[in-house]
Design a protein around this ligand. Structure first.
Ligand SMILES: C[S@@+](CC[C@H](N)C(=O)[O-])C[C@H]1O[C@@H](n2cnc3c(N)ncnc32)[C@H](O)[C@@H]1O
Length: 252
């Protein structure tokens, strides 16, 4: 009997998709076995370690890493709702993915959001508080920027423009600060692979980023208006407010 039959997991959608795109999803048990390998397990327990899944499918690896990171966040900061909000968003901001097919990319986005939402609701409930819309909006913004529909091999998004990712660099992590400020900086996938450095806060030219899909909107959930402004840079902001995409004009 195959593993997928035992666990009732659907690992193949169609023969055609397997032939055309090599689409065979990894069963959760194998994902967990792989993530339990010593170095990887260690990275999953580190809130700030970064993961990029170049063929993310529906996000089975990213979702599992997120669950593991959120478990650590809960253990360390669950006693304080503000800290949980800040550090859970920080852990979310470290997970990146690329997926060729639109339906898989949408599912990946939604699966990640669901895990974040469920964990946040549970902790808020424990504290007898409501979830905050700015935290949820910031989670949506981060996921929508970190999961790209595109081709890892050509480094182009579905629209034919370079795949763009945002770095969310924490600025004040010392002393377990209660709230976290981040500096957002945009990089193309090529920049990342070539190790190119960028000015803090750099926003890439509109043409390179405008058409990157807002996968939340495709899914019928209110998303974000992608900024069309140029000659602007991102300013340091609280991680719970990144959804505002605050920028300032660049001098000179
Ligand atoms: C073998 S599946 C694995 C999916 C996921 N990582 C998992 O373990 O369940 C490969 C995935 O890569 C996607 N894919 C194929 N070629 C790709 C490419 N050039 N760039 C990005 N994704 C690609 C397919 O659509 C498919 O979802």
């Amino acid at each position: 009997m195959q593993l997928s039959q035992i666990t009732n997991e659907k690992i193949i959608k169609s023969k055609k998709r397997v032939q055309n795109h090599g689409e065979v999803f990894t069963p959760k048990r194998i994902v967990n076995n792989m993530l339990d390998l010593p170095k990887i397990q260690e990275a999953c327990l580190n809130i700030t370690s970064t993961f990029l899944e170049p063929a993310a499918g529906e996000g089975v690896f990213l979702v599992e890493v997120l669950k593991r990171k959120l478990k650590i966040v809960k253990e360390k900061y669950g006693g304080d709702l503000t800290r949980f909000e800040n550090y859970s968003l920080l852990s979310l901001s470290t997970l990146y993915g690329i997926e060729l097919l639109e339906d898989n990319a949408q599912k990946c986005v939604m699966n990640m959001y669901q895990v974040f939402y469920d964990n946040y609701c549970a902790i808020a409930l424990e504290h007898g508080k409501n979830v905050k819309s700015n935290v949820l909006d910031s989670a949506k913004l981060i996921i929508s920027k970190n999961i790209a529909q595109g081709n890892f091999l050509t480094k182009l998004s579905a629209s034919g423009n370079p795949i763009v990712f945002s770095e969310w660099k924490p600025l004040n992590l010392r002393n377990n600060s209660k709230t976290i400020k981040v500096q957002r900086t945009e990089y193309t996938l090529e920049d990342i692979l070539l190790g190119r450095k960028k000015e803090s806060g750099e926003q890439l030219p509109t043409s390179e980023r405008i058409e990157q899909l807002d996968l939340f909107e495709l899914y019928g959930i209110e998303g974000f208006t992608i900024s069309k402004k140029n000659h602007l840079k991102y300013i340091p902001v609280k991680i719970t407010d990144v959804y505002r995409e605050e920028m300032e004009e660049v001098n000179g």
